[in-house]
Design a protein around this ligand. Structure first.
Ligand code: SF4
Length: 122
């Protein structure tokens, strides 16, 4: 991680993607390797109540405190895919969501202004 973020234009998100996808052994062995925080991970982390931050580095730190090291690479991928396919930014599909029973931001209970609430959820 330390070497990757020294490269021009490479921040933690890219470094985490490269490490977890191309060098999983290095990701597993590096205590500073974490979670790639993109727009989907940001949105889901906030909707799940895992963070109150909007800054990617702070969100990653909050997630790293919650998610065991060995599960960080898969957690990032799962959150990205869930954000793309189910928990979309403006129209989260809460009634089809497998984690709906545990989600503090679920709209499944009924909300007339779902788009407005989804926007407010971040
Ligand atoms: S219940 Fe709704 S807001 Fe919560 S994760 Fe699922 S789709 Fe997103």
């Amino acid at each position: 991680m330390a070497e990757l973020v020294e490269l021009p234009g490479v921040a933690r998100k890219t470094a985490n993607v490269v490490l977890s996808a191309a060098f999983p052994e290095a990701h597993a062995a590096d205590p500073d390797a974490g979670i790639a925080v993109d727009t989907h991970v940001t949105r889901l982390a906030r909707r799940f109540g895992f963070t109150t931050h909007r800054d990617a580095d702070k969100i990653e730190q909050d997630l790293m405190r919650l998610i065991p090291h060995r599960q960080r690479a898969s957690a990032s991928l799962c959150m990205i895919l869930h954000g793309r396919r189910v928990c979309e930014a403006t129209r989260p599909r809460c009634t089809e969501c497998v984690v709906e029973p545990w989600c503090p931001s679920s709209l499944a209970a009924g909300c007339r202004d779902k788009a407005g609430q989804a926007k407010a959820m971040g």
